[in-house]
Ligand binder design. Structure first.
Ligand SMILES: Nc1ncnc2c1ncn2[C@@H]1O[C@H](COP(=O)(O)OP(=O)(O)OP(=O)(O)O)[C@@H](O)[C@H]1O
Ligand SMILES: O=C(O)[C@H](O)[C@@H](O)[C@H](O)[C@H](O)CO
Length: 175
């Protein structure tokens, strides 16, 4: 989880590979109207995100994910995260923390991506950092991807006290 440009796709891809878990790219589940809005520099609303979160929740449901799942999702607000937790109680969140200037620089350096750099400020205005929430690993998103992946794999395997606890063997999730 985290704002646009924090590294969700890059880190998730490497994590899924390292863990041997399935990978889902949350952006692929936005409604076409939402993608068009973001392309036009119009921020999504709670209403725009409701159906999207429902679709992501279905990917995390225990019956849909007997093995572990890595899902990229901005999950900017507490209620969005709680919607996903409802679907998978063992869900853990990796919060890739990045400041505004760095996020803007990364998004501006990505020509061809649908997400308008004009929306980075709104991402920060919407973000409710997951401070104090259980099952959250917060990482400095400026660290090299390989270091971030090592930290996440260690966390998932129980190397940190706040690691997500699977509800049953061989099930789990991370966003
Ligand atoms: N740890 C990192 N260090 C340096 N550059 C990074 C790091 N992680 C990602 N990047 C670069 O930052 C840019 C954004 O990364 P990425 O697309 O993975 O972010 P994202 O959070 O998935 O963004 P979005 O949600 O907007 O799709 C890419 O150009 C990527 O190569
Ligand atoms: O909730 C949101 O506002 C969206 O999910 C965005 O975060 C973008 O889709 C993503 O970052 C792509 O760049």
């Amino acid at each position: 989880m985290g704002v646009s440009g924090c590294g969700k796709s890059s880190v998730a891809q490497a994590c899924a590979q390292a863990l041997g878990w399935a990978l889902h790219e949350g952006d692929a589940y936005h409604a076409p109207e939402s993608i068009a809005k973001m392309r036009a520099g119009i921020a999504l609303t709670d209403a725009d995100r409701t159906g999207w979160l429902d679709r992501l929740a279905a990917l995390l449901a225990p019956q849909a994910a007997p093995q572990g799942v890595v899902l990229t999702c901005s999950a900017l607000r507490r209620k969005y995260r709680d919607r996903l937790r409802q679907a998978q109680p063992a869900l853990g969140f990796v919060f890739l923390q990045l400041d505004f200037e760095a996020a803007l620089a990364r998004v501006q350096a990505r020509p061809g991506h649908f997400f308008s750099p004009a929306l980075v400020a709104d991402q920060f205005a919407t973000l409710e950092p997951p401070v104090g929430e259980p099952g959250v690993l917060t990482l400095d998103a400026t660290r090299p991807v390989s270091e971030l992946v090592d930290a996440i794999v260690q966390w998932v395997h129980g190397g940190a006290s706040t690691a997500p606890q699977p509800t049953e063997p061989a099930s789990g999730g991370a966003a």
